[in-house]
Design a protein around this ligand. Sequence first.
Ligand code: COA
Length: 192
Amino acid sequence: MLLHTTTTTSLSLRSSHRLTKYALQPPNAAVSSQTPASAAHSISDTDLASRGFGLRSSADGLDLGHLNSVFAAVGFPRRDPDKIRIALENTDEILWIEYEKTKRPVAFARATGDGVFNAIIWDVVVDPSFQGIGLGKAVMERLVTELLRKGITNIALYSEPRVLGFYRPLGFVADPDGIRGMVYSRKQKKKK
Ligand SMILES: CC(C)(COP(=O)(O)OP(=O)(O)OC[C@H]1O[C@@H](n2cnc3c(N)ncnc32)[C@H](O)[C@@H]1OP(=O)(O)O)[C@@H](O)C(=O)NCCC(=O)NCCS
């Protein structure tokens, strides 16, 4: 599990040492009122639009069959569309990019959480035909900016080893201060 570096600020509530260490970077540094949030983005909304990509921040107009096809194309399991719909209804932040020409989703990411302190980012995908042109970074930057804007600083995600290098420049670190993520394992439970 990776954590966004600003998470250390909320973790610091438990440790004055950490508070000192990270006080130089306030939680909302990336979205100060002096700087429009978009200034922090590597590709502007206008640039994306000029290349035929529309940014979407709600599930309205998102064809779940098409989204499932993108999941399948990158090797994620194809999921029951009804369950995807329920998952999206229970999602706090969603960011996807529609290719205007085909009206299909080509990049997607979403975050669940408690709306105040914590968020976990899921399902970061870019259609293989559109990978390597900055769309993954574009959705991730905007998703993180929006979470920070809401004051949510404890932002985590799971990363496959081959994708660590994609998340690191976006501000995510593994095991900050030795803190490790753990997941429930049915296999492990059976061993006991
Ligand atoms: C990982 C993924 C979302 C990246 O999206 P993308 O649109 O291809 O990436 P971008 O073009 O926005 O790349 C942004 C930067 O990350 C780098 N990058 C992209 N994928 C990378 C990887 N796997 N490892 C290291 N760096 C990577 C790019 O070189 C680029 O660097 P730059 O800013 O210095 O030019 C996309 O490849 C994908 O959907 N992969 C399959 C699904 C997946 O693995 N999702 C993550 C689950 S944990």
